[in-house]
Ligand binder design. Structure first.
Ligand SMILES: Nc1ncnc2c1ncn2[C@@H]1O[C@H](COP(=O)(O)OP(=O)(O)OP(=O)(O)O)[C@@H](O)[C@H]1O
Ligand SMILES: [Ca+2]
Length: 853
């Protein structure tokens, strides 16, 4: 028992270690998962299901238990699981693999660090020698003024000294023939040259395991081994008693059954691994935006070349090694590379960005300096291979059960054997005619052997009947089947166990945008000043003063981009769906994006985030005035406004019109429109911090704003959602909507898609605002959570609190969402369904699985 406990403790440790270390590429769709979830462009629609291990159900957690007898039983079963290192217990074995992987990772990392240290040492030496003399110019290679080695090592080693030698990011961009504002030229010739000089953003992949390996693994299973032994015994006994011509039947049929199980298991595992490899390829093929020739383009991560200018936004994965060009509050989660979960702020003093890390906050643009195998990430990815070896909790339990039954059968067979042998040799067994079978000294040896063989046959039969070898296999096949069906529906199941957990979920917390709605947004109502513009994109109704400020605000306070082709083609607008809607509305109103962006200088940016639900920017105009523009959740921005611009363009106090605006917002929200308010305030130039450092810390003032416009954005309900919700409800799964949007908008959409059945349902706490929910105590939340159907204006943390409360209340919670503002909730859920890219019919496919299980 001691040993068992030790092993348990060790497994637990390993589990904890792997859990914390692979949080970025195991449990969350982060490191290897595509970026921009708010993305509407066509592309492989992939959804991702995955199970986040549940701490409470940790099979190795036996520390705090009340129920001792049950616990002992549980322990016993676990002990068998841990001790039995056969194929069927890969669930526990997997930990070792994870550990190996982690060790590899550490090795690569330390290797890189050693190289880095040695290089720095050498450089320090060289620096002393060349100190005072002019810096050595980088070597010229072909078309570029810097070579691959220098570039790669500069980035890999975070060598700020050699970056300065190159003249900073500006100098480096010249060497790489990149324009920091418009990117590389990006024609075929240019791309080929870059690839030839600096390589491509791919790394060699390890080959998957072959069929024979699976075959080899398939037979190493306790129950099967028992059966194989039984088959051999039965074959021997049969031939001995019934002769060669008839005696082989029993043994052969057992062998046939065993072979069948082995082959089916191996084939199923092999196919699964092939599928997994394909899916992996798809998963890695992230589509992202780069700036080439002045326009934002969508390309595959594999097509990134050195010199590319890549915009980074919260939630994105850094696609290659690079150097920060500009950034605002940019923070990177480097845990996937350094192993420590630490958020690192990036600015001109720490400009190096490592491939594979995630943008945790802020925005920025980077210059790509290292791709593929020249990056640490590339080295890492090339040295580890993803593996499919994983079993679901149900399988593990069934395996445990099968083994338990097997062992019990074996024990029974052995005791039967002992008893029968005992009875036989003590002369207690009789023939049908009443004569004693064995009489000491009388019965011949060959007769005695025959008698023993008969008894052995009985024992073997008990074993064969008792061992349920097909049980776990049946589950594997069922799950593999659902996985295949889901894949046909373009759903990527990262863990087989997810299918199973999904089947037992009792509630779904769905986000609204992009799951229940299409995430295709258009501005359909607009108020500029206190005037409703109808139709919303009619420029003639726009009064000029407010119109100018509005366009300035929209053009500068955005993460999107507008590209007007020189040859007069269609205007291309990029950005998140909300941004795109607002930008295209402004373009129709006559906004000149490039002109406006060139006219003023950005002093500081506060990027939009879900927590504050607003984003701002401070700019300095050509005539040295400072404007601070804000854009965000309508009623929240409105609350910070003290004035508005009337139809003559003169500033009025908002007091009298406050109700008018509030009613306008409520009306739009009741029509299920997403409301965004745009406001600004003038600011004194001399109050703006002048030095870089305090400017970087400057908190943009967000009071005394002047309201410029309120827009209502339509995001239609996804067709089929109503049915999906109905089916879920009928299956006993409660669907809840948790959204960052206005509560009225949320209510309207909930009614539209049947989450709320009637307006009468829409009372607290059935429908609740995030801030009300968060104010309750933990106990109260647990009670209220069960009643909540719609939660509006929720921050990422509110979503997390809700999931926690539901789980405490005993629900099995599924969460759908995107990788950015829903990440904490996704992580906490029993099962996370994350949209990697749009067109995700999550609820629908969810249903398919539900029905299958
Ligand atoms: N780019 C933006 N600029 C300004 N305001 C925005 C922007 N995007 C969203 N908003 C405002 O923030 C609100 C909610 O944003 P949030 O990111 O929390 O929710 P969401 O993720 O879009 O919705 P859901 O939670 O349903 O997925 C929106 O209602 C809108 O008013
Ligand atoms: Ca969201």
């Amino acid at each position: 028992m001691k040993r068992i406990e030790e092993e348990e403790a060790k497994s637990k440790e390993e589990r904890m270690a792997t859990r914390s270390s692979c949080s970025s590429n195991g449990l969350l769709p982060s490191s290897a998962s595509p970026r921009k979830t708010d993305d509407l462009e066509v592309g492989q629609p992939i959804k991702e299901f995955e199970l986040d291990d549940d701490d409470d159900d940790d099979p190795f957690d036996i520390a705090h238990t009340k129920n001792a007898p049950l616990e002992i039983l549980r322990r016993w079963r676990q002990a068998a699981l841990v001790l039995n290192a056969s194929r069927r217990f890969r669930y526990t074995l997997d930990l070792k693999k994870e550990e190996e992987r982690e060790q590899r990772r550490r090795m690569v990392r330390s290797h890189a660090q050693v190289i880095r240290a040695a290089l720095l040492f050498r450089l320090a030496g060289e620096q002393q020698i060349v100190l005072g003399t002019s810096a050595t110019p980088p070597t010229v290679t072909g078309d570029y003024a810097i070579g691959l080695e220098e570039l790669a090592s500069m980035t890999r080693d975070h060598n700020i000294f050699s970056l300065h030698q190159c003249g900073g990011v500006k100098g480096l961009s010249n060497m790489l023939k990149t324009n920091l504002a418009t990117g590389i030229v990006g024609d075929e010739n240019d791309l080929i040259k870059r690839m030839n000089t600096f390589g491509t953003n791919r790394y060699p992949q390890k080959k998957g395991r072959g069929f024979l390996t699976f075959l080899w693994e398939a037979w190493q299973d306790l129950t099967l081994i028992i059966l194989i032994v039984a088959a051999i015994a039965s074959l021997g006994l049969g031939i001995k008693t019934e002769g060669l011509s008839h005696g082989w039947y029993d043994g052969a049929s057992i062998s046939f059954a065993v072979m069948l199980v082995i082959i089916v298991t191996a084939v199923s595992d092999y196919r699964q691994s092939l599928q997994f490899q394909n899916l992996n390829k798809e998963k890695q093929n992230i589509q992202l935006e780069v700036m080439r020739g002045g326009r934002i383009m969508k390309i595959s991560i594999f097509d990134i070349v050195v010199g590319d200018v890549v915009p980074l936004r919260i939630g994105d994965q850094v696609p290659a090694d690079g150097i920060l060009i500009t950034g605002h509050s940019l923070a990177i989660d480097e845990s996937s590379m350094t192993g420590e979960s630490k958020i690192v702020h990036k600015d001109q003093n720490a400009p190096f960005l490592m491939s594979g890390c995630k943008v945790a906050d802020g925005i920025g643009t980077m210059l790509v300096t290292g791709v593929g195998i020249n990056t640490e990430w590339g080295l890492l990815m090339a040295s580890i291979s993803e593996d499919t070896g994983e079993e679901t909790p149900l399988q593990v339990r069934l395996n445990g059960l099968a083994t338990f039954i097997g062992i019990a059968g074996l024990a029974v067979a052995l005791s039967v054997l002992a008893v029968l042998l005992g009875r036989y040799f003590t002369g207690n067994t009789k023939n049908p005619d009443g004569s004693v079978q064995f009489i000491k000294g009388e019965t011949t040896v060959s007769k005695a052997v025959d008698g023993v063989i008969k008894i052995l046959t009985i024992a073997v039969t008990i074993v064969v009947v008792a061992v349920p070898e097909g049980l776990p296999l049946a589950v594997t096949l069922t799950l593999a089947y659902s996985m295949r069906k889901m894949m046909a529906d373009k759903a990527l199941v990262r863990r087989l166990s997810a299918c199973e957990t999904m089947g037992s979920s009792t509630t779904i917390c769905s986000d609204k945008t992009g799951t229940l709605t299409l995430n295709q947004m258009t501005v359909v109502e607009a108020y500029v000043g206190n005037q409703k513009i109808n139709p919303p994109d009619d420029p003639s109704q726009l009064q000029s003063e407010a119109g100018l400020l509005l366009c300035e605000g929209i053009a500068q306070n955005t993460t999107g981009n507008v590209f007007v082709p020189k040859d007069g083609g269609d205007v291309e607008i990029t950005g998140s769906p909300t941004e795109k809607a607002i930008l295209s509305w402004a373009v129709k109103l006559g906004m000149k994006f490039d002109v406006l962006r060139a006219e003023s200088k950005i002093l500081r940016v506060f990027p939009f985030n879900s927590e504050k639900k607003r984003g701002g920017v401070a700019i300095q105009t050509a005539d040295s005035k400072v404007h601070i523009h804000w854009k965000g959740a309508a009623e929240m921005v409105l609350a910070s406004c003290t004035g508005y611009l009337d139809s003559n363009g003169s500033l009025q106090s908002i007091d009298k019109e406050m109700d008018f605006f509030k009613v306008a917002i409520d009306d739009m929200a009741a029509c299920s429109l997403r409301c965004v308010a745009i406001a600004y305030r003038p600011y004194e130039l001399d109050k703006v911090p002048t030095d870089e450092e305090s400017l970087g810390k400057w908190v943009l003032p967000e009071d005394e704003l002047v309201l410029l416009a309120i827009v209502g954005i339509k995001d239609p309900c996804r067709p089929g959602v109503k049915d999906a919700v109905r089916i879920c409800t009928a299956a006993g799964v409660k669907v809840r909507m948790v959204t960052g949007d206005n509560i009225q908008t949320a209510k309207a959409i909930a009614l539209e898609c049947g989450i709320l059945s009637s307006g009468a349902d829409a009372t607290e706490p059935n429908i609740i605002e995030g801030k009300v929910f968060r104010a309750y105590s933990e106990k109260e939340r647990e009670i209220i959570a069960k009643k909540i159907t719609v939660m509006g204006r929720s921050s990422p943390n509110d979503k997390l609190l809700l999931v926690q409360a539901l789980r405490k209340g005993g629900e099995v919670v599924a969460v759908t969402g995107d990788g950015t503002n829903d990440a904490p909730a996704l992580h906490e859920a029993d099962i996370g369904l994350s949209k990697l890219q749009k067109r995700a019919r999550i609820l629908l496919s969810w249903m398919i699985i539900l029905l299958q299980l």
